[in-house]
Design a protein around this ligand. Structure first.
Ligand code: GLY
Ligand code: MN
Ligand code: MN
Length: 454
């Protein structure tokens, strides 16, 4: 009997509390300052074909401040001389529409369950939002997401630019809220970390399940279905389209076709993560489909693993965001020099974009949170940011020797090998925590586990 891949679903953390979301609203209200209005527009629905929509994903900012996860919603937070008021515009109850697309909470239901002072029908947004705009000085609104809201804001700015000289009131400045919101979202709270840990736990179990059920000749989509089935079984969904590439396909960074058999003797690279209450995990593992690394595969795999471990060691508070990347590059370049794959002759030259960059062409890390490539400035004032407790980042060095590439010439034994190893790391007060520690990655661990259920 299917056992949920060994996870205890009752251990799932609670979604973020209403109190915490109210505190986040207070934080952003303070940052926006007095006489401001913050507007957050939820993502629109997208048509897949004819009457079929893509699965809906709310905007991460809407999830962060309100956790409202359906479309046609606009959140407004006004700060009038320090007094905050939050309003959520949503579709009202409508039996005919609900019969087709699902029961709605309605205005009263939303007011009772969500961190808002008032819910207003989206049909009344034009009037109510215009009045809110009349009463503020600074409008924090990201243009380009919803033309209806853009038009209301534009109209208000246009009209008040005429009257402002007379009355001195009405919106004067249009500001982008994203830099302020990003700074808040970059530092994860205890409850966010619980959700991230759980997301990493599900993703780790899912990768293990694919390893256990693997055998030579399986199609990439069969491995994908095991991983994504495990996500779903445990109440999560993918946080980005899964990458499952066997052999040469592993050398395409964003390979998503996932439709080829993985040949005996080939490595398979699986980059797949899930999200729970919006919080993403992001794991890559690379392993031999038949359970045994060949000697060249093992040499390159160990090199990528050593460089990843060096990068993880550099994940310390006070280190710069670039430190893990530099550590990974140094180990990788030295290894490629020793193997004669790059010429150097110095380590600095071996680390250059022309040498190491030919085979390791991406960055080592990105922030992780409500978005898999989460928000937060990497280099404020062009200086790499220092890592601080509460930040979460990935560490994912890789080496790629695509046999399809006309621009490289490597010994036959390395050709067609692509390897990436990716873990999710929380910076703590005294070092780091590897959130994805459940997912095996040493050669011995992998060879022990692959194919044990097939
Ligand atoms: N899965 C996308 C990435 O690793 O950045
Ligand atoms: Mn990543
Ligand atoms: Mn990834």
């Amino acid at each position: 009997m299917f056992d949920g891949h060994g996870l205890d679903l009752s251990a799932a953390p609670s979604p973020t509390s209403v109190e915490e979301m109210r505190a986040r609203q207070a934080n952003i209200g303070r940052l926006c300052d007095d006489d401001s209005l913050l507007i957050i527009v939820n993502n629109p629905e997208a048509t897949r074909s004819a009457d079929v929509e893509y699965p809906y994903r709310a905007s991460s900012d809407m999830l962060y401040f309100v956790s409202w996860d359906s479309p046609d919603a606009v959140f407004c937070l006004s700060n009038s001389s320090g007094e905050l008021k939050s309003i959520l515009f949503i579709p009202p109850r409508d039996v005919i529409k609900e019969t087709w697309t699902g029961i709605r909470l309605g205005l009263e239901g939303a007011e009772g369950q969500f961190p808002i002072d008032k819910a207003v029908s989206i049909d009344e947004m034009k009037n109510v939002l215009s009045t809110l705009l009349d009463g503020c000085k600074n409008v924090f609104h990201q243009r380009g997401l919803c033309s209806t809201v853009d038009d209301i804001v534009d109209q208000s700015l246009l009209e008040t630019s005429r009257t402002r000289q007379r009355t001195g009131s009405g919106p004067a400045n249009l500001c982008d809220p994203r830099p302020l919101i990003s700074e808040l979202r970059l530092f994860k709270s205890d409850s966010e970390l619980e959700l991230l840990r759980y997301s990493c736990k599900i993703a780790s179990a899912s990768h293990i399940e694919a390893m256990k059920n693997a055998s030579a000749g399986m199609n990439e989509y069969q491995l994908q279905s095991i991983i994504e089935g495990c996500f779903k079984y445990n109440g999560s969904q993918w946080s980005y389209p899964s990458i499952v590439g066997g052999g040469d396909n592993a050398t395409i960074l964003h390979y998503v076709e996932n439709d080829s058999p993985v040949k005996d003797g080939d490595l398979v690279l699986i980059d797949a993560g899930c999200e729970i209450s919006g919080y993403a995990s992001d794991i890559t593992r690379t392993w031999p489909i038949n359970g045994k690394f060949t000697e060249p595969q093992a040499i390159l795999y160990q090199l990528v693993l050593d460089s990843q471990l060096a990068a993880i060691s550099a994940c310390q508070p006070g280190q710069s965001f670039d430190a893990p990347h530099n550590a990974a590059k140094e180990v990788m370049a030295q290894g490629l020099l020793d193997l004669g794959i790059v010429e150097g002759p110095t380590l600095d030259e071996a680390m250059s974009p022309e040498q190491l960059g030919t085979y390791f062409m991406h960055r080592t890390s990105h922030w992780l949170g409500l978005d898999v490539h989460d928000v937060g400035v990497y280099a404020p004032d062009d200086e790499p940011r220092l890592l601080e407790s509460g930040m979460v980042l990935t560490v994912e060095p890789g080496l790629y020797f695509g046999a399809w590439r006309p621009d490289i010439e490597v010994d036959e034994k390395w050709s067609g090998i692509g390897i990436r190893i990716e873990d999710d790391i929380l910076i703590t007060n005294d070092g780091h925590e590897i959130l994805t520690h459940d997912c095996p990655k040493t050669i011995e661990e992998l060879e022990r586990i692959i194919g044990t259920s097939s």
